[in-house]
Design a protein around this ligand. Structure first.
Ligand code: NAP
Length: 248
């Protein structure tokens, strides 16, 4: 009988992992998406389910009911709630659990990063320092910056912010990565950006803005990652596939 793998997704790595794991004869793949984006990049292979589970308790129930043999959490490094829930539910149900989390970016020479612990700290770092800011943090945390009325923001997100969310003064740019260095350089120059705010997401798809900022001498307010659960982890899809094969 096939073993059932649940992948907690919403990232390019999760979709790539679903494609690779589906090629293993003894594995049936179920990918889970939160349902945040209007047109998600759904994995093309295996089954896809969409929507929350109902906290750690709901996820544990899902693991038992399906039943799930292995759990790989391949969510975004800033999706801290679902990762914590996954650790609790997997431990409770004794389901082998792996975290696939890509490496954080590291500043290199001529980068000018202001590292902060949260989006609210990022907003405080901008106050009185910046005039035209490129906010590349998605739509969920935009409200943190809405009180900075003296700053003009270029806000990039996949979908528009939810209605009734306070949105900072400026322009919304709806776009989905990956982005090229040429395009990012052009954007920074065209909008006369003096500061970028970014999450330390890691990976290649959204790194070009960091390289463009370096070239142009633009400071980056870099929001550090939230803590992750203390469970077995790998940094790439290859590592996750090796772990899975070991478990079979
Ligand atoms: P979060 O704050 O950690 O999770 C909030 C709630 O959303 C969870 O408690 C869970 O609801 C539900 N959820 C999250 N990921 C889920 C998944 N893969 N499948 C089913 N339910 C899920 O998460 P978030 O930061 O809002 O991220 C939501 C999704 O967007 C994740 O799949 C993540 O990989 C992706 N994403 C996030 C970011 C980011 O910057 N945060 C960036 C790119 C992609 P219940 O408690 O009801 O189970």
């Amino acid at each position: 009988m096939k073993k059932r793998l649940l992948i907690l997704g919403g990232t390019g790595d999760a979709a790539a992992l679903a494609a690779r794991a589906s090629q293993i004869a003894d594995v049936e793949v179920i990918s889970s998406l939160a349902g945040r984006t209007q047109q998600p990049l759904t994995p093309k292979t295996g089954t896809v389910r969409i929507g929350g589970f109902g906290g750690a308790t709901g996820l544990a129930e899902f693991l038992r009911r399906s039943p799930i043999d292995f759990l790989i959490d391949a969510t975004h490094p800033f999706a801290a709630v679902i990762s914590a829930n996954a650790a609790v539910a997997a431990a409770e149900c004794h389901v082998p659990h792996l975290l696939l989390v890509r490496q954080a970016w590291e500043a290199v020479e001529s980068d000018h990063w202001i590292e902060v612990a949260s989006h609210s700290e990022a907003a405080r770092a901008l106050s009185g320092q910046s005039q035209r800011v490129f906010l590349t943090i998605g739509r969920q945390e935009l409200a943190e910056f809405a009180g900075l009325e003296a700053i003009w923001f270029l806000m990039r997100a996949i979908d528009p912010p939810a209605q009734n969310t306070p949105v900072p003064n400026g322009q919304l740019l709806l776009a989905r990565g990956p982005f090229t260095l040429e395009d990012e350089r052009q954007l920074l120059l065209e909008y006369e950006i003096d500061t970028i705010v970014s999450k330390n997401s890691g990976g290649g798809a959204t790194y070009a803005k960091i390289a463009a900022a370096r070239e142009l001498g633009i400071p980056v307010v870099m929001v550090q990652r939230p803590p992750i659960p203390d469970v077995e982890q790998v940094a790439d899809v290859e590592g996750a596939i090796s772990w899975l094969i070991e478990q079979l």
